[in-house]
Design a protein around this ligand. Structure first.
Ligand SMILES: [Zn+2]
Length: 84
């Protein structure tokens, strides 16, 4: 585990409200902040710290990140073409 990961886990434990600003991909497990997170969350420096520790992560409606969504769609297409 990288020190960045450790920092992320420690920070999330210390500030449980961090979780509501995070997205997690259900396939690869990557975690990032929601792009719609405001630049400032009052009070304090939650948004600033989250931006320092995490990358932005967009997930779709079934909680897949862009990469996994692409692979998933591809594998679905392959499944379909095998059946035909
Ligand atoms: Zn993913």
């Amino acid at each position: 585990m990288s020190s960045k990961n450790r920092e992320q886990i420690l920070y999330s434990k210390q500030y449980p409200e961090v979780a509501r600003w995070l997205n997690q991909c259900v396939i690869c497990g990557s975690v990032g902040y929601k792009p719609e997170m405001p630049t400032k969350i009052f009070p304090g420096f939650l948004a600033e710290n989250i931006r320092k520790l995490f990358k932005p992560l967009i997930v779709n409606e079934i909680n897949l990140c862009n990469d996994c969504a692409k692979h998933w769609i591809k594998s679905m297409e392959q499944d379909n073409s095998e059946k035909i």
